[in-house]
Design a protein around this ligand. Structure first.
Ligand code: SF4
Ligand code: SF4
Length: 114
């Protein structure tokens, strides 16, 4: 999709990135990382997470093929999601399944935030 200024922007609310590299192959500019991770972005969960309101939900964990979301018990007896930063690829698969839009993909690379 077109983001600010007409630049391409990934919309994780629609789908995840499969890292097929089609955009890397098509783009003539040296903007993509060529190291172990395709981009430097990770999922971030905010206070809108249902578990903050004592409501059970593990949609994000179920959607994460990298097993980068683990749940840990808090003081209130609820289990809360935590992102394992070393495992998170920033694929965005956890964004759309979250019923409260509590997850965003955070990066300092323009065009890849939600
Ligand atoms: S899917 Fe959203 S509401 Fe559900 S546990 Fe994950 S962050 Fe919380
Ligand atoms: S962005 Fe991808 S790898 Fe990271 S927590 Fe979400 S689903 Fe898992």
């Amino acid at each position: 999709m077109h983001g600010d200024g007409g630049f391409p922007q990934v919309d994780f609310s629609r789908n995840a990135c499969t890292f097929c590299h089609a955009c890397v192959d098509a783009c003539k500019q040296p903007i993509f990382h060529h190291d172990a991770k395709p981009w430097h972005a990770v999922a971030v969960i905010d206070q809108r997470c249902l578990t903050q309101q004592q409501v059970y939900c593990q949609n994000c964990k179920d959607a994460c093929g990298e097993r980068a979301i683990r749940f840990q018990f808090g003081r209130n007896g609820m289990s809360h999601p935590q992102i394992l930063l070393d495992a998170c690829t920033g694929c965005g698969a956890c964004v759309a399944p979250c019923p409260t839009q509590a997850i965003r993909i955070q990066t300092d690379t323009p065009g890849t935030s939600t």
